[in-house]
Write a protein of this length. Sequence first.
Length: 232
Amino acid sequence: NEKYLEYKKKLIYRNSDFHIVVPSNWLKSKVEQSVLSDKPISLIYNGIDTSIFKPHSREKVRQELNIPLDKKIVLSIMRRGQSNPWKGGVYLNQTIEYFKKNQDIIFLCLGGDKEKYIGNVKNIPYVLDDSILAKYYSAADVLVYPSIADNCPLTILEAHACGLPIASFATGGIPELIEHQKTGYIAEYKNCNDLVHGLEFILELDNSKNEQMRLNAVEKVRNNFTLDKMVS
């Protein structure tokens, strides 16, 4: 059936007039190597609403969300929690294990089934209200995003728009969104040790360098990933 379906697809595509739009150069290169390579193709990155996703006072939102002021907060966001294999739950667990004896760090995991504390990990059900989600982004020190299959994830754009640095793997189109050591840290794909190193790199920045990384992240989104930019 595979050869037959490939033949039928080629026949359909050859007789179809359409223009392909992709939200990352990574996906664009994939399409250009496929049966669709003779079709016109454009890159249009995803855009987000920067009137909602914007920086808030870290101290204020931490008090509002009942997050300790004297701790480093590592945020993770996963729909279906850590059971979602494509979001890299296994690598998140390994990272948490590495930092489990560090009492100065709290892992705030959004996307679990119910709110509960386990050691230095606090699980919180997925937040559906974008305005509240923006406050969690603003309250954190770094977002850990160990996804192993992604294109142009809105989570990364939302976090950057709120001034949050990100540590992630070099997955799909993610390196197009995060500037290594400027707005975050791009670790080698599926290399958890490098991901941990990235978290340490961000968490150990002095105040001025940390603030500059946050400003770089906000600027990156406002210059490239707004709704207006996407529509135009």
